[in-house]
Design a protein around this ligand. Structure first.
Ligand code: WT7
Length: 659
């Protein structure tokens, strides 16, 4: 491999074309002239003394006991705000109920069938307390893990905050995951309670959450109770196994008017575990702790989205992913902001569902993903044009690199060429946004996540770790930041190896990036074996393990191929065991199998059957060659291949299929 990552060579055409065009967007528009206005010195201040900057931000939290030291840093082990005590549910809920915000909307929820609900901070306070009391009654104590497997309903937020109140780390498992994925996560963190729903609405159908949960917990001996929210009124069809299963509404009735004293938790007390894909088969349980994470999400929400009390902020992410944790729940609520939360998919019942919601609630901020933006572009301008979107004053993007065309379309057609667009780079591991423009302060360039957030030190380095002033390389973070994951649950060695071993003393992001003459960063995608499909991180190994678990498959290799909407799509190369016939039927069967094993997000787009996989003489599968084939590119250097004829055979099959 050359000194620049694989991905660095791709997409560079578009970038340099754009830079030549130099279509820059000034920091302020009429609408946002006041954004961050009081804080013009923020970059310089933070640069001069990052720890002092974060300490200044930590003053915006409610502390039960003040901390003594801002940062203890023993690479790679960070402790922020050492010695302090606080509670995340107090910071997100209680403190607002002591102000005029008590009767302000915290969550404006829209269900897929069109039902809706508004919860004030006062409502949230009552329900969080009630449910915390219910959890206590089920035996949940400080330190116990609680798994949550639900759709996007307000009870999900209530459940998370109730856990936080008790000091019981939650692990939210995306409702689109399979029973097996749920089981693996519960087993890994040894959760005591599972909270789910009878079902969830998705494109007019019901996702069988309780059925899936039942299948999962059969193999989860640590689970003592399953709490079930009645969302789809499917009570008659949902078998409840007493005494294990209990209805949410019964528990809430029993805990009417309950008030639960929030635990005074250490700054470094675990707040949650969230699983994310890595390069090996097993998902990593990223552990986030209390004070630093809250400080990071609260501060970035405030500056990046320029959150004000009259904002109606709509983040379209699912709370099953980190974006929802940080930018629907903890960050915005800590700021006392009003969040719109939507249950269903953007194209049901029509392709203007998001625009309908923006118009209905007069949303002012929209935070969504490039994959969605590219879908909107393809569906056509008539959908946003049917709606009055003039309430929007700020647009955000997250999850994958946004191509300049999509950026410009987003600004012109959704933002009426008037709103700033913030392209925000971060990861499950980082906890909060690290690279982003600040509205009112940073000139934007379409397709670039621009510059690090104040207090963050990012760099682009070559293979040896030398800083690359202008050009492509690996993105690293050279200083700790408050919201960084502290470890991988139960596997500190893997944490060290995965993130802190590639470059001594620095955090390795796994992303390639290019820095231009202005010091702006252009993210280029993953440089490891992790795919980013429609903004979802999926490990090639996870999909390969799922494929080989099918009785017909002997060996499988999975690669990401460029996809117009999803950014990347999954292509799988499989060799079959003797006696199995390749063909469309077998391919469909394997696609179904992977979707059942992991979840529909991991379903391969293309499956190729081959007598053998191309391997080096040391038996390493040559993914680069497979990517070339999957994308129909001319095949590169094959000199290290053990048997070059293997490749010709796969390629002819590919051409047959595409031709
Ligand atoms: C990976 C992290 C961050 C929350 C959602 C995804 C890619 C994320 C951007 C962006 C280019 C981006 C990176 C990163 N990514 N945001 N604005 N520009 N790439 O969280 O599942 O942990 O994935 O998503 O490749 O490493 P995640």
């Amino acid at each position: 491999m050359a000194t620049t990552p694989d991905a660095a060579s791709q997409g560079q055409g578009a970038i340099s074309a754009l830079l030549q065009e130099d279509r820059r967007y000034p920091p302020s528009s009429e609408f946002t002239a006041q954004a961050n206005a009081g804080d013009a010195g923020i970059y310089e201040r933070a640069k001069a003394d990052p720890e002092a900057f974060w300490a200044e931000q930590a003053q915006n939290l409610d502390w039960m006991e003040p901390y003594k030291t801002v940062l203890e840093w023993d690479v790679p082990w960070a402790k922020w705000f050492v010695g302090g005590k606080l509670n995340a549910s107090v910071n997100c809920v209680d403190r607002h109920t002591k102000t005029w915000r008590k009767n302000k909307a915290a969550i404006i929820w829209e269900g897929e069938p069109g039902d809706s609900r508004v919860m004030t901070f006062g409502d949230l306070y009552r329900e969080v307390n009630q449910f915390a009391a219910a959890l206590q009654k089920l035996g949940v104590k400080n330190g116990d893990r609680v798994a949550i497997y639900m759709g996007m309903i307000p009870e999900l937020v209530v459940a998370m905050l109730a856990c936080a109140r008790l000091g019981a780390p939650h692990t939210v498992v995306f409702g689109g995951f399979s029973p097996e994925s749920l089981r693996d996560r519960i087993q890994d963190c040894e959760a005591k309670i599972l909270i789910t729903a009878d079902g969830g609405w998705r494109r007019g159908g019901k996702v069988p959450l309780k059925d899936n949960a039942d299948k999962a917990v059969v193999e989860c001996p640590t689970i003592q109770h399953v709490v079930v929210v009645n969302r789809t009124d499917d009570a008659r069809h949902v078998p409840m196994h007493a005494p294990r299963d209990v209805w949410w509404h019964r528990l809430m009735d029993d805990a009417k008017h309950a008030i639960v004293e929030p635990e005074a938790l250490d700054s470094e007390h675990p707040l949650y575990i969230l699983y994310t894909s890595g390069t090996t088969g097993k998902p990593k349980g990223m552990l986030h702790t209390t004070a630093g994470y809250l400080c990071g999400t609260m501060t970035t929400s405030k500056y990046v989205f320029d959150l004000k009390d009259d904002d109606v902020y709509f983040c379209t992410a699912d709370i099953g992913w980190v974006t929802g944790h940080s930018y629907i729940v903890y960050g915005p609520l800590a700021n006392g902001a009003t969040c719109v939360m939507y249950e269903g998919s953007p194209d049901y019942p029509d392709k203007d569902r998001f625009w309908d919601i923006v118009e209905k609630y007069r949303c002012t901020i929209l935070y969504t993903a490039p994959t969605a933006i590219r879908s909107f572009m393809r569906w056509g301008n008539e959908f946003p044009e049917k709606h009055d979107l003039s309430s929007l004053r700020l647009l955000g993007s997250v999850g994958e690199p946004i191509n300049p065309e999509a950026w410009v379309w987003y600004r012109e057609h959704i933002g009426a060429d008037r709103t700033p667009v913030v392209d925000t780079w971060w990861q499950t591991e980082t906890g909060h946004i690290l690279i982003t423009p600040l509205p009112g302060l940073t000139t934007a360039k379409p397709g670039s996540a621009t510059i690090p957030f104040p207090g963050i030190e990012a760099d682009v380095v070559d293979e040896q770790g030398n800083s690359v002033p202008v050009g492509g390389g690996y993105l690293v973070l050279k200083k700790p930041w408050p919201g960084m994951a502290r470890t991988i649950w139960g596997d500190p060695d893997r944490y060290v190896n995965q993130y802190w071993s590639r470059f001594e003393g620095w955090y390795f992001t796994g992303d390639g990036a290019k820095r231009d003459e202005d010091g702006y960063l252009w993210l280029l995608g993953r440089v490891d074996d992790v795919l980013n499909v429609a903004g979802h991180r999926i490990g090639t190994m996870e999909v390969e393990s799922a494929l080989v678990s099918h009785p017909s498959v002997a060996e499988a290799a999975v690669v990401g191929i460029t996809h117009e909407i999803k950014g990347q799509a999954i292509a799988a190369f499989c060799t079959l065991r003797a006696g199995n016939r390749p063909g469309d039927e077998a391919a469909d069967e394997l696609k179904r199998h992977v979707a059942a094993k992991i979840g529909p997000i991991a379903r391969p787009d293309k499956i190729f059957f081959t007598a053998e996989l191309p391997k080096t003489r040391s038996a390493k599968i040559m993914r680069r060659l497979l990517r070339d084939i999957g994308e129909g590119r001319v095949i590169g250097d094959t000199t290290t291949l053990a048997d070059p004829t293997v490749l010709a055979e796969i390629r002819s099959q590919y051409e047959e299929k595409e031709g």
